[in-house]
Design a protein around this ligand. Sequence first.
Ligand code: NAP
Length: 419
Amino acid sequence: MNAPEPIVLIRQHLIDPEVCIRCNTCEETCPVDAITHDDRNYVVDPDICNACNACISPCPTGSIDHWRTMPKAAAYSLEAQFSWDELPVQEEVVGEAEAGAAAAAAGGTPEENDVIEAVQVNAATSGSSSRPPWSAAHPYLNLYMIKNAVTATVAGNFRLTAADAESDIRHIVLDFGTQFFPVLEGQSIGIIPPGSDANGKPHYLRMYSVASPRDGEREGYNNLSLTVKRVMESPDGQAIKGVGSNYLCDLQKGDTVRVTGPFGASFLMPNHTGANLLMICTGTGSAPMRAMTEHHRRLVAKGHPQAGKLMLFFGARKPEELPYFGPLRKLPADFIDQHLAFSRVPGQPRTYVQDRIRAAGPKVASLLSGDTYVYLCGLKGMEAGVIEALRECCTAAGMDWNTLHTKMVEEGRFHVETY
Ligand code: NAP
C-alpha cells in the first residue's frame, strides 16, 4: 500500500484589507512581483511570494504583516483575496498536528522541517528603520479598528493655504472627549469616510499623520490635529475627487468622524535630551514634523533644556502653499534651523529640499555625525533625491554614507514615510 501524500503546509502571506491604505508601497517594494491589486484590494500571489519580508518594514500601517498556515493545495487564491473585506481567521489546519509530530520526530519544529515548504527569509533591505529610537515613548497601537472605530467630533477646520492659492490644505482638529485615544508624534490615524465605493462596498480607511503633539493640539485637551490637502487630481494629472481628503476638508465644526488607530510603531521621536532631529518634508508630509517641533517647543517653554538641535528642510510650491508657514517663521533660529524650498515661485528657479540640503552640506554632515535622528516624509518622488543629497554632503565631509545610513537604519535613527 502506498503511503499517503504528505500534506505540504505553507505560511501564506496576506494583506489586511481593513487596515491597508492602498498606498502601493508593498507592490513597488516586492522584488519578485508577488503583490498586485485591483481597484479595491492589495493581494499576494502564494505561488510567487517567497516570504523575503522586503515589503514588511516599508508598509506604513502594518497591514502587510499577516500570515496564515495553510495546506499549500488550499492556499487562498487571488480571486478570494480580491473579494475580502476582512482577513479570514486562522483555521485549524488538518495535517498540522501530523506535520508537527513528523517535525518533532525529525528533531525540528514544523517550520524547520521540510514538511513545511522552505521559505527564505531575508533581512529587510529597506532604507528605513523598522524600530523606533531607543528612547522613544512606547506607543499604543491598533486600539480601534473598523469594527470598533471610535467617534471623534470636529473641533475646527481651518484653511492653511491662502484663499487664492492653488491647493486647499486644511488643519483639522478632532476631539475625542472622554474616550481613550493616546497618540505620539509621528503616529497616524485612520479615517473611515461614510458611504460606499462604486462597487457598493464601504469605503476603506484613509490614513493621516497626526500633526499635534502627544498632549493634544490644545495642551491638556484630548484632541489632535491633521494636515489634509484636498485631492482633485491624480498624480498623473487626471481629474479625480479624493474620497478621504474631500470628506475631511468639507467637515464642519461639530460633525462626527469614525476614527481607527493609532498606527505606527517606528516613526517616533527620541525622548532623550541631546538627540538632534533632522526633518525633511514636502507639502502635507510636514504633519509629523509639526508635531515633533511643537512637542519640543512646549518642553523648552517649560524650562526643559534643549541640548539637541532641530534642523528642518521643507518644500512647497510657494510660501502661500507651505502649511504652517506663518507660525514656522516665528520660531527663533536658535530653536530650529529652517531651510525652505519653493518650486513654483514666478521668476525664481525651481528649488527642492534636496537642493537646500546640498547648499547646507557641511552643517548637515556635522549633524549626521552626531546623535541624530532623521525623518523624511512627503512625496515618494523626493526620496531618491534626498538620499543622494545626503550622500553628497557626507562624501564632501569625508564620511561614508552607506556605512552611516546602514548604521542609522539599524539603530532606529532613519525614518521614511513617503507616499
Ligand atoms: P506637493 O504640494 O505636491 O509638493 C510639495 C513640494 O514637493 C512641491 O514644491 C513639489 O514641487 C515638490 N516635489 C515634487 N517632486 C519632488 C521631488 N522629486 N523631490 C523633491 N521635491 C519634490 O505635496 P503634497 O500634495 O502636499 O504631497 C505631500 C505628500 O505627503 C503626499 O504624497 C501625501 O500622501 C504625503 N503625506 C501626507 C501626510 C498627511 O498626513 N497628510 C502624511 C505623510 C505623507 P513641484 O510640484 O513644483 O514639482
